[in-house]
Design a protein around this ligand. Structure first.
Ligand code: PMV
Length: 344
């Protein structure tokens, strides 16, 4: 039982290059962002386990006693590699969700329940071990996405900037804190469905789609090389290469069928301000990223952000290469984070 408040955070992430290709064994370049999700674990004496996810409007509570009475033998013994579709169905029963529920709010609750029940069962709360956190985070991803590549949980656990290929990670040394805009088109999409569509397109047109994946792989590797060179001595030419890579990858992703009108709009709007953008993650809506060159004047950045907001998009200015999962003390938190947690 936790005796005091535990504050932890993990960074958000974006994939710079390699989304979808990574599912097919190619490389992806992923970076942690200076935009973090905070978790406060707080002991209570009300005999309940509460879950409060204010950003997605979730507030649920379960009696500890009734959770302890549940037959969780179906979860096995702390083997975080063993999640199956049957587990997810059972968890839906526990949460009282209909069998066919797939909305992200339900999936978030299921991911929490799965991790809570499994981790309590295996009694490994005290082990502060990144490998373990990463394994559990991967299981949470599996509840939500079905068959993820593992790149998302890996970069949020370790932070920084890394190349991920078939479970193997190599960290980029001293990555530059490149500035980007992270833009949420707010168009909902299912990563699972988009990944399945790319697979069908690959099966239907192997001669056409396999070279696209190979080319995306080459873009990721070239981007890694350029970021390496920039760590030593960044030049304006490096930024031009990064912009060209972004444009080429965005076209490839469109050819894979994971584009969306909202993402086209995002690219057009930023291009009107001389900036280059691509989708990040699964596509089909969701988020895009825009590279902010260091030579940009503040008014130009502000004008671009306003233009994006006028399209109904949310927009954050952030930088890449943030630290991975971290523990905090209440006094080391930003006032804004502290206030947000206190208002819960
Ligand atoms: O949409 P996101 O942020 O979950 O990213 C998905 C990335 C894919 O490469 C499309 C899928 C994966 O599991 O790597």
């Amino acid at each position: 039982m936790l005796s005091e408040v535990l504050l932890v955070s993990a960074p958000g992430k974006v994939i710079l290059h390699g989304e979808h290709a990574v599912v097919h064994g190619k490389a992806a370049l992923a970076v942690a962002l200076n935009l973090r999700t905070f978790l406060r674990l707080q002991p209570h004496s009300n005999e309940k386990v509460g879950l409060n996810l204010p950003n997605i409007g979730i507030r649920r509570a379960w009696d500890v006693a009734s959770l302890q009475l549940l037959d969780t033998s179906f979860l096995g013994h702390g083997d975080s590699a063993a999640l199956t579709a049957e587990h997810v169905e059972k968890l839906k029963e526990v949460a009282g969700f209909p069998e066919d529920c797939v909305d992200p709010e339900c999936l978030a609750v299921l991911a929490f329940l799965y991790l809570y029940l499994s981790i309590c069962r295996s009694q490994r709360w005290t082990e502060e071990n990144l490998e373990l956190i990463n394994k559990w985070a991967f299981q949470g991803e599996r509840v939500i996405h079905g068959n993820p590549s593992g790149v998302d949980n890996t970069v949020s656990t370790w932070g920084g900037a890394l190349r991920y290929q078939q479970g193997k990670i190599s960290s980029l040394k001293r990555p530059l804190a490149l500035k980007i805009l992270l833009i949420n088109t707010k168009v909902p999409r299912s990563t699972k469905a988009l990944v399945a569509n790319v697979r069908s397109r690959l099966l239907k047109f192997p001669e056409i789609v396999a070279p696209l994946l190979t080319s995306i792989d080459a873009i990721s590797l070239e981007c890694e090389r350029v970021l390496g060179a920039m760590a030593a001595a960044p030049t304006p030419d490096h930024y031009l290469v990064l912009e060209e890579l972004i444009d080429m990858n965005q076209h490839h992703l469109n050819a894979l069928g994971v584009g969306h009108a909202s993402l086209d709009r995002l690219c057009q709007v930023t291009m009107a301000h001389g900036l280059h953008s691509k989708l990040t993650g699964a596509g089909g809506g969701g988020c895009g990223i825009t590279l902010l060159r260091p030579d940009l004047e503040r008014p130009e950045v502000e004008a671009t952000k306003r233009a994006l907001s006028n399209c109904g998009f949310d927009c954050w200015e952030t930088s890449i290469g943030a630290p991975g999962v971290s523990v905090h003390t209440a006094t080391s938190l930003d006032t804004s984070v502290q206030q947000a947690l206190d208002s819960l």
